[in-house]
Write a protein of this length. Structure first.
Length: 384
């Protein structure tokens, strides 16, 4: 049955509306928005003191609720999909780790064959984080699998994935990176730069070849200095490029987050979690890929070397953090958690916005940016 949401605010693509009514059709799609003075006839679902935002879009997430994408088990991936609703996420890109060509091919096949049967947050593609990286900034990626970019390998993975690879991260200083980018970057595939020791000019060359994004800005890349801007400087200053950003307070200092958000604006910052299997789980010992890690005090660290190794961040907390840190307005935070991630990965035709005719995937937030409810296709699936 068609119904109408009445709320304090609606975060629409180009404007935040105060008050009013949003139609959700009997087919689970968004309908029209009506102003406060134009109350429609029909069932009203009242959220008078709360705000309606598009479902969040996590475009970089490895694991959740004890599971990891690299476990290559569809039931586990679907459990992640369902768990993500607790984080306000209604669309996501399962994210791989560096592994053998065969392992990655198997994961592609599992997701490509099953993604349409996900019963939680919708799988809108796959994010390949590697294996074309640099050892100096390996992070929690296993360097024994690092190689130079290989178009044939990518095409094999993409075929197994039924075309579902939407983003791949590479280190621009590796041999053939610009040529690889020219070959694979398209309206369907985004090339991102990360886990890299590249100079500013090396990063710029691959951006000019077609890359459009930087992977978890500041983390896993050569740092900025006034004489050598390097990868971090490229992420901060190149025009029209998107930056992933992990805003858990551990990966990036809030004032560093403020600097890059102010430089790039909310239309070019995609909040991500980089969450691993310990998300929504207790502290303790876990494995990320093949590497042992431990979780304590909201951080994930490698047992060998103590480097940060992903996160246990939930995207609902990231959008709250940037507001609590007085960096962004609620509107900007929602944009960075939904619309910008979708646009940056070229999946904004399916998610990231409240728009007439789109699937009614949305969240309910209170005035403190705390998640209260998550809807898929107009049906409530999670209530806090």
């Amino acid at each position: 049955m068609t119904y109408y949401i009445h709320a304090k605010k609606f975060f629409l693509p180009n404007k935040t509306e105060v008050g009013g009514y949003l139609e959700v059709t009997d087919s689970g799609k968004f309908g029209q928005y009506f102003t406060e003075n134009n109350k429609p006839n029909g069932e009203i679902v009242d959220y008078s003191n709360q705000m309606i935002a598009p479902g969040l879009v996590d475009t970089h997430i490895h694991g959740l609720v004890g599971n990891d994408v690299m476990d290559n088990d569809w039931n586990m991936i679907n459990e992640m999909s369902e768990g993500l609703l607790q984080a306000g996420v209604t669309s996501w890109l399962p994210t791989t780790l560096t592994a053998t060509r065969e392992q990655l091919n198997d994961v592609c096949r599992t997701i490509g064959d099953n993604y349409q049967s996900a019963t939680g947050a919708k799988i809108q593609g796959i994010y390949f984080e590697g294996p074309f990286f640099t050892e100096e900034h390996k992070g929690a990626q296993n360097p024994k699998y690092f190689t130079d970019p290989d178009v044939d390998a990518f095409n094999e993975w993409q075929e197994s994935a039924n075309g579902m690879i939407k983003k791949i991260a590479i280190a621009p200083e590796r041999k053939g990176s610009a040529e690889f980018t020219k070959a694979v970057a398209s309206d369907d595939v985004v090339v991102s730069l990360g886990h890299s020791s590249a100079t500013f000019d090396q990063a710029k060359e691959v951006i000019e070849a077609g890359a459009t994004m930087f992977t978890h800005a500041f983390n896993g890349m050569s740092g900025f200095s006034h004489r050598d801007p390097n990868m971090a400087g490229a992420a901060m200053t190149l025009n029209g490029i998107y930056d992933e950003l992990v805003c858990d307070g551990h990966h990036v200092h809030p004032d560093a987050a403020r600097a890059i958000i102010e430089l790039k604006d909310s239309e070019h910052i995609a909040l991500i979690t980089d969450c691993m299997r310990a998300g929504l789980m207790p502290d303790g010992d876990y494995v990320l890929g093949e590497l042992p890690v431990y979780v304590a005090d909201g951080q994930v660290r490698l047992k060998d070397g103590d480097n940060l190794a992903g996160s246990v961040l939930q995207l609902k907390q990231a959008i709250k953090n940037v507001v609590d840190w007085n960096i962004s307005t609620p509107e900007e935070a929602v944009r960075m958690g939904a619309q910008t991630p979708a646009v940056s990965c070229q999946i904004d035709d399916k998610c990231g916005m409240i728009k007439e005719g789109r699937d009614a995937d949305f969240i309910v937030l209170d005035e403190d940016m705390i998640l209260k409810e998550t809807y898929l296709d107009g049906v409530s699936h999670y209530k806090a």
